[in-house]
Design a binder for this molecule. Structure first.
Ligand code: NBY
Length: 833
């Protein structure tokens, strides 16, 4: 095996200087002490899981003190803070990340070494904190990392799901889901805060009362009270100065409320109520980009927003008493999509019904407090709740929404568009129809002072296609903040070899000043650097090949081109386009065994929402085609296909450093931004992509020589659709398309079961090919031919890979956070001593 010039020990300068003075011996003692004291076991009995727990406890000892110090300082200085409200935080594993951020990776490694333990094996014991679905949840996790790193006062609010995103296995090629239990035997990173419990009302009815002066008062008589129990997870900034917290609410039955039931002799009934209350935080809804419209989901949304607002108000009152005049100066709440939009009427309820402010005064405050991030244009993902359901669960909030709406329609819309009923119909929070619906997008726009999209093109489409009338009413409200990813997790910690090489050539603070990677551009054609860089890529591919072998039994050649598509399974993301192209390659190899292409390995990772039929069919089809191709000796291993089960953050950390090619092939106009595209490019993968989401900005940064762009543009998609798209035209015009799709009709890939994959063909022809896979096929195929040529030219490929790493500085989530701070949040940093 070639000896890598990059595998030498990192110099001290590359490690962030920790201000936590801990020696290897002290850390080792701390681990052992926790093994004894916290876990009640000893060195002889402890298994790997116990060692992992003890190591986390040793880290926590250092971190919790910092967290307390941070909270104290924020309180003393009475700082303005951002409150990031999100139904999802996809945190992944925390041990390695927290060690990276406190600068103790080496110390911990050596301490475990001295105990005769393997650091990496211990890290593998950690379950992922998978409290999210995909991009939106992972973005929230990157943002809390950046907020702490940049020393901004911030708190993340979410739900303490008992079960995060399901785990995925394949049974004869089909996805099966099992519950995820990340805290079955407790999780060392969280602390319960019973002193901050909140009580949350639900259901019931509203009573209208008049006081002596004839003033109306509304009193909500809830049908149920639910207890919200906060769990805090420390969020360690890089350099470990600021440690913010992520506060997750768990639902419980309220004892207080249950007394009545108990006293009435209803011991068993009370237990039933407990089960119902605890159901609220039981499980994460596994949909991405589709709205399920379920009652429990609405309750989840309200439950965590109400708990969070009570928490925010309690903290504010501690400093300012009943004086509401400073509230909007101290508090900003960012809505991560419309999922927490119910926070807007809840805030109004607190101000009007509880604090007894005048409506106008309350609304003025509200409109200075909320800002809303839109993450999708897909119509099926735009949240709507039936008025009927709202009335049942949150009767007072429905009234408040009607009030917000009628004032908005009279005072704003009527003034700007006098007499225009069609505009009113579009802008109304209430959608009229056979079932009246509450539109959470309109509520969010009306209640927020800023609305942002997540990539340039997406933000333009938010203005032009999604909210055009709102945009003409309030042009200054709409803005863009292009997404970013934390380079601490997505380069420094997941790709240590490349990180060390980088640190030999650029300042050691590149993990916070990622633009410094641009210096690597000077080395992109330096053959010594190219060799070192590509050697690391090869070593990462060797590591991934081992993982592939373990998880699927398939052997892959690490020198082959590793082509990776990792993201949720969704038709708009077009895994099916990737599949039909792979089948076309297979067919070319069968027809001509000398067909000129480098050895290729196509690697997938994706979960399908359990109720998304077509997504599951696509998974099955990929697995079936993989079975056939991987065992076909005629093509002499030139083509391999692997679908790694249970794609998640910790698996992404192993796949991304090993990618040669990054598949970003959504239909133009459908992917709001993408963030996997940034992580892959940062680690030196060449993007094959459409002009969609952040791909456009990635291409601008990397330069057109260093990405491969194909397919229809947003405007061309619109044109083709309005001209009337007919997929059959492409089927009859392109022999390869026809042959590949016809393959689905027979039993070539499903021996003895002809037509088992035919749904794929039907979706691409009979059901209209909604995402234009056939229209983009030829262009995609040409793009891959170009990739093949480039990859076979080692120097060119090395240059392209290096240029990708060198130019991704813009996509640091620190930059995104600074954009939010400057254009939306208006925060000051706060030094923690
Ligand atoms: O947010 C993703 C976008 O698809 C992606 O382009 C973007 O980069 C990322 C971060 O901005 N959206 C996303 O992940 N959405 C969801 O996961 C999601 C989850 C639940 C629901 C809707 C969307 N829901 O309605 O229940």
């Amino acid at each position: 095996k070639a000896k890598s010039p990059a595998t030498k020990k990192p110099s001290a300068a590359t490690e962030v200087k920790s201000n936590l003075d801990v020696t290897v011996d002290e850390f080792q003692q701390s681990i052992v002490r926790h093994l004894h004291v916290s876990l009640g076991t000893d060195e002889n009995k402890a298994n790997s899981k116990a060692w992992w727990t003890a190591t986390c406890a040793a880290v926590n000892e250092l971190v919790f003190e910092r967290a307390t110090q941070t909270q104290k300082t924020h309180y003393k200085k009475d700082t303005r803070a951002v409150h990031y409200l999100s139904l999802e935080f996809l945190m992944g594993r925390l041990l390695k990340n927290n060690l990276t951020n406190v600068g103790l990776t080496e110390i911990a490694q050596q301490a475990l070494d001295k105990l005769g333990l393997d650091f990496h094996k211990i890290c593998e014991e950690e379950p992922d904190l998978a409290l999210g679905n995909g991009g939106l949840g992972r973005l929230a996790a990157c943002y809390v990392d950046s907020l702490a790193t940049l020393d901004f006062p911030a708190i993340g609010y979410g739900i303490h799901y008992e079960h995060g995103l399901f785990t995925q296995a394949f049974l004869e090629g089909r996805q099966v889901e099992r519950p995820d239990s990340w805290r079955e035997y407790g999780n060392p990173w969280e602390i319960c805060r019973p002193e901050s419990v909140q009580e949350i009302p639900l259901y019931g009815y509203v009573e209208t009362k008049y006081d002596d002066k004839g003033q109306i008062h509304k009193e909500w008589h809830p049908g149920r009270i639910i207890k919200g129990v906060p769990w805090d997870i420390p969020v360690v900034g890089y350099g470990a100065k600021t440690v913010n917290i992520l506060r997750l609410w768990e639902s419980r039955a309220s004892d207080f409320f249950n007394w009545d039931v108990f006293n009435a002799g209803g011991y068993l009934d009370a237990q039933v109520e407990n089960v119902q209350a605890e159901t609220i935080s039981k499980v994460l809804y596994p949909n991405d980009n589709t709205d399920a419209g379920k009652e429990l989901r609405l309750i989840q949304q309200y439950f965590f927003c109400a708990c969070s607002i009570k928490d925010i108000v309690r903290r504010y009152k501690r400093a300012h008493g009943d004086d509401w005049s400073k509230f909007a100066e101290q508090v900003v709440m960012q809505l991560n999509d419309t999922h927490p939009a119910i926070a807007i009427p809840e805030m109004m309820r607190i101000l009007v019904d509880r604090a007894e402010l005048k409506w106008d005064q309350a609304w003025t405050i509200c409109q200075k407090v909320f800002a809303y991030t839109n993450h999708t244009l897909l119509p099926e993902a735009l949240e709507k709740w039936s008025v009927r359901l709202f009335e049942k669960v949150l009767p007072r909030h429905l009234e408040i929404i009607y009030e917000i709406n009628s004032r908005f329609l009279e005072d704003v819309v009527e003034v700007a568009f006098p007499g225009d009923d069609s505009v009113k119909r579009k802008l109304s929070i209430i959608e009229e129809g056979h079932e009246k619906m509450v539109r959470m997008g309109n509520l969010s726009v009306i209640g927020s002072f800023k609305v942002n999209g997540v990539a340039e093109i997406h933000s333009k489409l938010v203005k032009k296609d999604l909210f055009p009338e709102f945009n003409s009413l309030w042009p200054d409200k709409f803005t863009n903040v292009t997404n970013g990813v934390t380079p601490r997790r997505w380069l420094k910690s997941c790709n240590p070899k490349l990180s060390n090489l980088i640190s030999e050539h650029v300042d050691a603070d590149w993990p916070v000043h990622l633009n410094k990677l641009s210096k690597l551009a000077d080395l992109a054609t330096d053959s010594k650097f190219q060799k070192a860089y590509m050697q690391i890529k090869l070593e990462n591919k060797i590591e991934l090949a081992k993982v592939i072998k373990e998880l699927t039994g398939v052997e892959v050649d690490p020198t082959a081109l590793f082509d990776i598509q990792i993201k949720r399974l969704h038709e708009y993301k077009r895994q099916q386009l990737n599949l039909i192209h792979i089948m076309a390659l297979y067919r070319r190899l069968l027809q001509n065994p000398d067909y000129d292409m480098p050895k290729r390995v196509f690697i997938f990772g994706a979960k399908a929402a359990p109720g998304y039929y077509m997504a599951k069919e696509i998974i099955y089809a990929i697995n079936k085609v993989a079975d056939k191709v991987n065992n076909d000796e005629r093509i002499k291993d030139k083509l391999k296909i692997v679908f790694l089960p249970n794609y998640r953050v910790s698996l992404a950390e192993k796949m991304i450093p090993a990618a040669d090619v990054s598949e970003q092939i959504s239909l133009a106009g459908k992917e709001a931004s993408g963030t996997g595209n940034m992580k892959l490019a940062l680690n030196g993968a060449v993007t094959i992509g459409t002009l969609d989401g952040a791909n456009i900005e990635i291409a601008e940064e990397a330069g057109e020589d260093n990405v491969v762009i194909f397919g229809l543009t947003v405007d061309e998609v619109k044109e083709l659709k309005s001209a009337g798209y007919n997929p059959w035209d492409y089927y009859y015009a392109n022999n390869e398309i026809k042959a590949v799709l016809d393959w689905f009709d027979c039993d070539y890939f499903t021996p003895g079961k002809p037509g088992e994959l035919a749904e794929i063909k039907r979706s691409l022809l009979d059901y209209g090919d909604t995402y234009l896979s056939l229209a983009d096929f030829a262009s995609y195929s040409e793009a891959h031919k170009k990739i093949d040529k480039l990859f076979q030219d080692e120097k060119t490929w090395a240059k392209m890979a290096i240029m990708n790493t060198a130019t991704m500085g813009k996509f640091n989530s620190d930059r995104s956070i600074l954009d939010y701070v400057q254009n939306i949040w208006n925060l000051d940093t706060c030094d923690i001593k």
